[in-house]
Ligand binder design. Structure first.
Ligand code: F0G
Length: 465
């Protein structure tokens, strides 16, 4: 008998503990939205039915993780939980020098501070910096340069590895600026800013070879390395019979170091690390910065129980049944939206589906914040909370304070891990199908008040006709 692949047809877990979701009326949601000044960041989570704001720290831990937490060693120095975590990180990344931090941006703050202190006014190059990475590079007066491949901007057109770095541009940038002026090349896996798209092994390998020849270190920003490894297994020739762990090990083997916001693929609510292959000046200075700002070398920003949950989560996050389900469920949501008449960045990413709002609402006035308008409308119609990646987030204003339209108008539906079931996704697809048939009901947005930096988090907005 031929084996039928049932494996991706169901969630590979059952539920032992539940948490209620809000079941609300249209009037209640309208009221909540008004009170939040049309900024869903201000809506209490208790009033949200499906929370797609982020996949960061919002996942469900397993019984193994909760069990491991009970054996957390809370010693200040030399805790066994630290050694366990270090050994798991070394197994996956091949990096022996591990610096535990409370979340990804703490690793970025430490690393970028160290790089800037050894060589000022440098350029950092990436397939695309995440916002906090860019902010930490710029806060240290360095330049953050993104060179994604051009397919990354062709939202409607599917390609297997839209998260790649543009190799020709990388060579050009090194030639034009001189290798000595580039301190670091970052491969973000998966590439969150460009749609949660994976980078191929061939691209990581080639980037590494170019960097090595030029004497530039390459690091992985590896928040979603396991999802990236699973995409490589599914899409790249030669990897179908390898395990996600083996693929991850090869990905890391090309890098001199890595940092991780473990709130993503490591299935914890808080945690992270910075890891180095060699004990260099950067490693030593990072240890000093860790003690100064986070905590002692053996816990950094985490408690012993957090380190236990993280060590277990890193292993679980590489489980093939889990990863197949994870990518399949995101694909299910993405294709459901496409069928409902909602254009997305195609193919769907690993952790999120991104709606292409310029294509969805072509006649919507640009000055009325189309993506933010859709974000508000999705909450109003279905209690679905998402985030705008568009004019409000990029936040550029001209000399007169007028908002300048961003290139992209996207809405991100980021999916918490092991939290929502297929029927939750069906509900979202149904709400979106209704919205797609009644686009004229979507009201524009105007800004009443916004701070100078990072406006989207706290801006006060209002509806316009
Ligand atoms: N790098 C990447 C690729 C990320 O996606 C994030 C966070 C960070 C670094 C920073 O890590 O939040 O632990 O300090 N991304 C979240 C998101 C916030 O919603 O995409 P952190």
């Amino acid at each position: 008998m031929k084996e039928i692949n049932w494996k991706t047809k169901f969630e590979p877990f059952k539920i032992k503990m539940t948490e209620p979701v809000a079941v609300t009326t249209y009037a209640q949601r309208l009221e909540a939205l008004k009170k939040a000044f049309y900024n869903p960041f201000n809506i209490p989570a208790e009033k949200v039915t499906i929370d797609f704001l982020t996949d960061s720290g919002t996942g469900a831990m397993s019984q193994t993780q909760w069990g491991a937490m009970m054996s957390g060693d809370e010693s200040y120095a030399g805790a066994k939980s630290f050694y366990r975590l270090r050994d798991v990180i070394t197994l996956i990344t091949g990096c022996k020098y591990v610096i535990p931090v409370h979340q990804g941006r703490a690793a970025e703050r430490i690393l970028m501070g160290v790089i800037a202190s050894t060589k000022p006014a440098q350029t950092i190059v990436s397939n695309a910096h995440f916002d906090t990475t860019r902010a930490n590079v710029e806060a240290n007066k360095m330049e953050a340069l993104d060179i994604p491949v051009k397919e990354a901007y062709e939202f409607g057109k599917a390609a297997p590895f839209k998260g790649n770095i543009d190799i020709a541009k990388l060579k050009k940038v090194i030639k034009e600026r001189g290798a000595k002026n580039i301190s670091l090349v970052i491969m973000t896996v998966t590439n969150n800013t460009m749609g949660g798209q994976p980078a191929s092994m061939a691209n990581i390998r080639e980037t590494s070879a170019i960097c090595k020849a030029a004497g530039i270190p390459m690091f992985l920003d590896c928040a979603r390395f396991a999802e990236n490894a699973c995409f490589i297994k599914q899409r790249e020739k030669g990897y179908a019979n390898k395990t996600p762990l083996q693929i991850a090990q090869e990905m890391f083997s090309y890098a001199q170091g890595a940092w991780m916001s473990s709130k993503k693929d490591a299935l914890v609510n808080m945690g992270g690390f910075l890891a180095f292959r060699e004990d260099t000046t950067w490693t030593q200075k990072s240890r000093e910065a860790l003690i100064l700002g986070e905590g002692f070398l053996n816990y950094g920003g985490m408690s012993g129980r957090d380190m236990e949950a993280l060590a277990s989560g890193l292993i679980e996050g590489l489980d093939e049944n889990y990863l197949n389900y994870r990518l399949e469920s995101t694909r299910y949501l993405g294709e459901g939206l496409l069928k409902a008449g909602v254009p997305i960045i195609n193919p769907p990413g690993g952790h999120a589906v991104y709606i292409d709002v310029k294509k969805f609402l072509p006649d919507f006035k640009q000055e009325n914040f189309p993506a933010q308008s859709l974000v508000c409308h999705m909450y109003k119609m279905g209690g679905i909370r998402t985030v705008e990646i568009g004019t409000l987030m990029f936040g550029k204003r001209d000399a007169k304070g007028k908002w300048m339209a961003a290139d992209m108008e996207l809405v991100r539906l980021a999916i918490p891990r092991r939290v929502y079931t297929k029927s939750h996704f069906d509900y979202v697809i149904e709400v979106m199908a209704h919205i797609a048939k009644n686009k004229k009901d979507i009201k524009g947005i105007a800004v009443s008040w916004a701070p100078q930096a990072l406006a989207h988090f706290s801006a006060k907005l209002r509806e316009v006709k």
